[in-house]
Ligand binder design. Structure first.
Ligand code: NI
Length: 179
């Protein structure tokens, strides 16, 4: 397995609409393994293909990406995931994204979603998700349509967050050049 390069905001690939996968083969499974590895290394609980430079409709998620207890992990690979039902109720959650490092903001999501997808073996599956998993799935499926969580914020909140991201990146550069 290998760790893939992460594409960060404002890379144009993060804004592309991804294409459906037509065949689940070994090459695709290797890519899914690499995506999952990259997600764990970068301490995320979800990752979408465009974040690692691929415009296919693929996501990996794990609502419990524990480093201490590997058996507690709950990895899921979802190919061509599609939300086929959602609850009327919504919840607010403080979301982050590996493509916008060190930032978080509260986003409104559906409390429950039912998702249809193709799994690692190429079989059709459905999952009814609530709590954190439902939020992660909505965030990652958004990525496949070029949507980032900051698009759900007001213009003011979004520009504040992007200013903080700039500051954070400048601090990282300074720290690097001082070493
Ligand atoms: Ni994200």
């Amino acid at each position: 397995m290998s760790v893939l390069k992460l594409y960060e905001y404002p890379e144009p690939i993060l804004r592309q609409k991804c294409e459906k996968v037509s065949k689940v083969d070994d090459a695709l499974r290797r890519f899914l393994d690499d995506m999952l590895e990259t997600m764990y290394v970068d301490k995320g609980c979800g990752l979408a293909a465009p974040q690692v430079g691929c415009t296919k409709r693929i996501i990996v998620v794990d609502p419990n990406p524990s480093d201490e207890d590997l058996s507690a992990r709950q990895p899921l690979h979802l190919i061509n995931p599609e939300i086929i039902w959602h609850s009327d109720e919504t919840v607010l959650f403080n979301e982050g994204c590996l493509s916008l490092p060190d930032q978080r903001a509260e986003v409104e999501r559906f409390e429950k979603v039912r998702v249809h997808y193709t799994d690692y073996n190429g079989d059709e599956q459905e999952i009814l998700a609530n709590d954190l998993l439902a939020i992660i799935l909505q965030h990652e499926i958004d990525h496949l349509d070029g949507i980032l969580y900051i698009d759900h914020l007001s213009r003011l909140k979004r520009s504040r967050l992007l200013n903080k991201l700039d500051k954070y990146r400048n601090e990282c550069k300074k720290t690097k050049s001082a070493q």
